[in-house]
Design a protein around this ligand. Structure first.
Ligand code: KG4
Ligand code: ZN
Length: 347
């Protein structure tokens, strides 16, 4: 089965063609970073308009790169949520219209399920069951995954997501949007001994997360350092603060991952979502999982952030399972992944 995937939930237009026999045939992403940079964050209306401009030219480019015609497709998958509603509607209406005109089924895909399945696109995909740590701009979730479509939520963010905390702290440090990768770059030069940030919610049982306190801690640390350094921070101090913040987030995620792996007695862990591109996080998780006698899996860095390949893959699996949708459709700005089926009672 060959499926076109379309991702337009936020600030990346992603398209891809996945073939269940041949694997990923082509993928393309257009990032809106430059468009939103001047505003320091995503402007939803600008995002929708840019998706409208970019999605069809990208699909055409994709067909050319893959050297295929639309008539060889068996389905279209698009991100149906969670995300920005105006942006989602672009991918949903374009995807469904194309599917209708080609006489093939269309299917709406859950964006976080797309992230969760992204490691399946790698040459060595993780075996089921596994624990998934989803760390993106909007979500921090631990999920027990029994099979495709069989998900149990183990832990969730109570306030800011990990990526959001990275972005907000980066902004406080004067770094440009999107802050996560910029902060990680700055942290490389930082001294891990100079500052110590808290590891929120690690001293009590449970698998939920709270990162908004870290951002406040960063703000206080920056203000205090500014007073000490006479107004403007030295480059080294900014790097030291970035490093302390990154260490705290990485440690917190690691502690919760280890707890989930032990609690579920499952020694395969996957990390996915934008923050899973973070090199320090990957290194620390790798050695933690080695110590647990297990293995960690990740998508390649370009499939950690938003992309069409994960949507094409997830859509293909659902279409292969016989699912598709009637012509009417909806998109959802909020969408609990547990409602996808299986729920908490699969054991
Ligand atoms: O998954 P994603 O592309 O979009 C959402 O679904 O939210 O994740 C984007 C998030 C942003 O918050 C971005 O700053 C963060 O992932 N991110 C990183 C890194 N690369 C992206 N955070 C830390 N270190 C990175 N290397
Ligand atoms: Zn995402």
């Amino acid at each position: 089965m060959r499926v076109l995937g379309i991702e337009t939930s936020c600030d990346e237009t992603g398209v891809a063609i996945y073939d269940s026999e041949q694997g990923l045939l082509a993928h393309a992403v257009h990032s809106q970073v430059e468009l939103h940079a001047a505003y320091g964050g995503v402007v939803p209306e600008l995002a929708s308009r840019d998706h409208v401009r970019k999605v069809l030219p990208l699909v055409r480019q994709l067909f050319q790169e893959a050297g295929i015609e639309a008539d060889s497709l068996h389905g279209v998958a698009y991100t149906a949520g969670p995300g920005l509603v105006g942006a989602l509607l672009v991918g949903a209406s374009v995807g469904r219209s194309m599917a209708w005109s080609w006489g093939i089924p269309a299917i709406g895909v859950h964006h976080m399920e797309g992230h969760l399945l992204a490691p399946m696109l790698e040459p060595e995909p993780p075996p089921f069951p596994f624990i998934a740590m989803l760390v993106s701009g909007g979500h921090t979730q631990l999920v027990e995954v029994e099979a495709i479509g069989r998900y149990r939520l183990l832990g969730d963010s109570l306030d800011d997501a990990a990526g959001e905390a990275f972005d907000k702290t980066a902004k406080l440090l004067g770094l440009p949007y999107p802050g996560g990768p910029e902060l990680a770059k700055l942290a490389e030069r930082g001294d891990p001994q100079r500052y110590r940030f808290p590891r929120p919610m690690t001293d009590r049982p449970g698998l939920d997360f709270s990162f908004s306190g870290l951002k406040t801690f960063a703000l206080n640390t920056i203000q205090e350092a500014e007073r000490r350094e006479g107004g403007t921070l030295s480059d080294q101090t900014r790097a030291d603060i970035a490093r302390a913040f990154e260490e705290a987030v990485v440690d917190t995620l690691l502690i919760k991952c280890r707890r989930a792996v032990r609690q579920c007695a499952i020694n395969t862990l996957i990390l996915a979502g934008g923050v899973s591109a973070n090199q320090r996080l990957r290194q620390r998780i790798d050695s933690m999982m080695e110590g647990e006698g297990g293995t960690a899996y990740y998508p390649r860095p370009k499939f950690c952030t938003d992309n069409g390949a994960m949507i094409a893959y997830a859509g293909c699996q659902h279409l292969l399972a016989g699912e598709s949708e009637a012509l009417g459709f909806s998109v959802r700005s909020r969408w609990p992944m547990e409602s996808l089926g299986g729920g908490g009672d699969f054991k």
